[in-house]
Design a protein around this ligand. Sequence first.
Ligand code: PLP
Length: 395
Amino acid sequence: MVKNCSGIGQFRRGTFDKILLGPGPSTVESRVLRALSEPTMGYLDSDFLAIMDETKNLLKYVFQTENDLAIAVSGTGSAGMETACVNMIEPGDKVIVCVHGYFGQRLAQVAERCGADVVTISSPWGRPVDPEDVRKAIKAAPGAKALGIVHAETSTGVLQPLGDIAKIAHDAGLFMIVDAVTSLGGVEVPVEKFSLDVVYSGSQKCLGAPPGLAPLTANGRAMEAIKKRKVPVQSWYFDLTLLARYWGDERLYHHTAPANMIYALNESLRIVAEEGIEKRWERHLKNAKALAAGLEAMGLKLLVDEPYRLPSLITVRVPEGIDEAALRKQLMSVYGIEVGSGLGELKGKILRIGLMGSSSNSRNIILLLAALGSILRSMGFAADLTASLDAARSA
Ligand SMILES: *Cc1c(COP(=O)(O)O)cnc(C)c1O
């Protein structure tokens, strides 16, 4: 008998399920969990291939793209980042990476590990990158091949405007590699509008599936460049030309598809399509505004200025003298609510509140504001609970 092996069931809370309002994963609907538990099929079973084809079409819908290549890479959002970088970058390529938070830093690190000569453009955490800085950096780095940028910076809660930067980069002949991990399914990702070349995401943020798949799309221009590489893609597992042969008509075996995860993603994408992608963006925006109004009315300060606030993740400053870790611990132990802590230079200074996918609803906003306000009061901060709930409700 193996000791101390009570299993996942011991943490099930029944009517008091954990409420996921962190930086992802978000709530996984029971429909999606049921799809996950359907019988596993072989990776070349025609029934499974039909589900893959459906999933591809649903991915094209959420990415709002006509690109031929729209797939789910096996692995979490970071696998999408690796795939984008390892395919687009050859050793010695000059690559510009915009860094306005933790995930921009990671993108720069991944690009560097692909052998790129990386030039970074920074902006203070909580602020977007300035297109003028991009223009200057491109001028100072002639021959650069690609520009990497995070659309929704989950570490700071900034939604980075992409239009001007994409135009500057494309005019100079650079490819755009875009991290849409926390925007896809919650905020418009302008793949076609700004001709974004390679865009990747994650299943567990605004799409509402469990973690484990990275939706990714690449346009014809990017795929041409990959075919013309001088050296083969260093990663066999993430080689897009090989993955495209399995996801495309050829159906050439590459690696065993994580069938049940594909079922779950398929079901979560069907939920997105049933709601309608535009309606989903509106819901995320409306709920983010309600939460922001409630937090401000409580007496708290938001990290990000209004036009750049990310609807799927709201960052709020922890008041002076309040122990951020203890606050989060009580939210979980007393109310079963998960929120995120600050990363990097924002550690201990902010809370990161995710309103992603099914987690973005008015019940969660009111519960969180009430719980947060009451804990803050017990810690000595005079949170105005009545004003907070009123402001959220009227927003
Ligand atoms: C979560 C996240 C990632 C990493 O995704 P994982 O699923 O944790 O691997 C990358 N970029 C951004 C912007 C993210 O929010």
